[in-house]
Design a protein around this ligand. Structure first.
Ligand code: CTP
Length: 405
């Protein structure tokens, strides 16, 4: 496919070069437009070399043409010839101009003239991102149907820590694929997803929990939402933005998660249990902080409700159930055991404890075991890609082998 890549003037402009390379690797043709601010950060030559094409650097110098007339309508050509417009990094200034329909330069005129899908990957300082003006512009653009790839959190070039960092180029490339091939194959589904850890209080200041960032569950919610599903997300405490359009229930403990799931269960046609539920809790939580004591401290813990097992026992014939198994060894055997004992249609086995996958990572490698005996290895990929694969396989399984709880 043909992609017009607009690059705004921010420190993250250099990452757009990596993005151009990734898109080329996926077989796309890339035509780059650099704003004049972007040219302060990165040279046109970098993109020309990576994409093998001339880079557009201005409204009246586009394409390097001497012909004034053809140069004046060049933005119309770019808008008509490309299948998708991607802007990365999209600065606060560009978002404002896109939202307001201002067109002082090549990129903004192309945006207005562009009839196809638009993907915007913002990057800026945290305060600028969180400012009401920027957030209002982002809402306007989202409502208009533009795809927004939200910035990640971390240490920014300005020294602040918070949201504002350009999303990972691999994640942006995935959003591009999603926008190029919008699939509504989950439009008939209501997907109930659990995500994140639970916290089991020990006293007012301490709790027991599991290692879990919630990223896999949130990626599942985003993927299902993008494919047209109604998404009910029950989430333990995590530090992630709520995917737009998703119906969110926030919980803290396993008991609260169980109650929320049981309340919503009747509405769901697919249930995906990605949460890392704590297996133990303290029944009588002291009202006041337990003071430190020299010597030993004993805790007597009881089991929390096994939500997946209860859903497995209660679900109806039309409700597809997908569980997770985070294991440090015997992955396939354990995943299969959990699938059988908890009456699932599929279990996503995740080897944890290895570098680069699981827990806080953006990537994951999983194995899917299914009710009809299949074992599908999914190599390491961004969690959003894994999420799509899980839904692909779930739909295939449902068609090939109708649910029989
Ligand atoms: N799960 C659940 N309720 C619990 C514990 C786990 O619903 N109290 C779900 C998880 O959301 C996940 C699946 O069960 O989908 C497997 O979780 P895991 O912690 O791997 O397994 P356990 O059932 O706790 O089994 P074990 O301790 O034997 O590994």
């Amino acid at each position: 496919m043909k992609i017009a890549l607009g690059v705004g003037g921010g420190i993250a402009a250099y990452k757009a070069a990596e993005l151009a390379r990734l898109l080329m690797e996926r077989g796309h043709q890339v035509e780059t437009i650099l704003t004049s601010a972007a040219q302060q950060f990165i040279q046109p030559l970098t993109f020309a070399a990576l994409t093998g094409r001339k880079v557009i650097t201005g409204l009246f110098t586009s394409g390097g043409s001497d012909d004034v007339l053809s140069s004046a309508i060049e933005h119309i050509r770019v808008a008509q010839e490309n299948d998708l417009l991607l802007v990365a990094p999209a600065t606060a200034d560009l978002l404002g101009k896109f939202a307001a329909g201002l067109a002082p330069d090549f990129l903004t005129t192309t945006y207005l003239a562009f009839p196809g899908p638009v993907v915007l990957a913002p990057a800026m300082n945290t305060n600028m991102w969180e400012h009401a003006a920027t957030q209002a512009n982002v809402s306007t653009l989202r409502e208009r149907g533009n795809w927004i790839v939200p910035p990640g959190s971390g240490l920014l070039a300005c020294g602040m820590v918070g949201p504002g960092r350009l999303a990972d180029p691999a994640e942006i490339a995935l959003a591009v694929e999603g926008a190029l091939h919008p699939s509504r194959d989950l439009a008939a589904e209501t997907v109930l997803i659990t995500a994140g850890p639970t916290q089991e209080p020990l006293d007012p200041v301490r709790y027991l929990t599991n290692r879990s960032s919630g990223k896999m569950g949130y990626a599942l919610a985003e993927a299902a939402q993008a494919r047209g599903a109604r998404v009910l997300l029950v989430s333990g405490p995590v530090n992630l933005p709520v995917p737009p359009g998703v119906e969110m229930t926030r919980v803290r403990t396993a008991r609260q998660m169980r109650d929320a799931v049981m309340e919503l269960l009747g509405q769901a046609t697919m249930i995906v249990k990605a949460a890392a539920v704590a297996d133990f809790h303290l029944e009588a939580v002291p009202e006041h902080k337990v003071k430190k004591n020299p010597g030993r401290f004993h805790l007597e813990l009881s089991a929390t409700p096994d939500i997946l097992a209860e859903v497995g026992a209660r679900r109806g014939a039309h409700q597809m159930l997908i569980g997770f198994a985070a294991e440090t060894q015997d992955l396939v055997r354990e995943a299969r055991r959990k699938m059988e004992t908890k009456n699932c249609d599929m279990v996503v086995g995740n080897l944890v404890g290895s570098e680069g996958t699981g827990f806080d990572s953006d990537e994951n490698a999983v194995v899917l075991v299914t009710r009809n005996g299949e074992e599908i290895s999914v190599p390491a990929a961004p969690k959003r890609g894994i999420a799509h694969r899980i839904f692909d396989e779930a739909l295939r399984l449902r068609t090939a082998f109708p649910t029989a709880p």
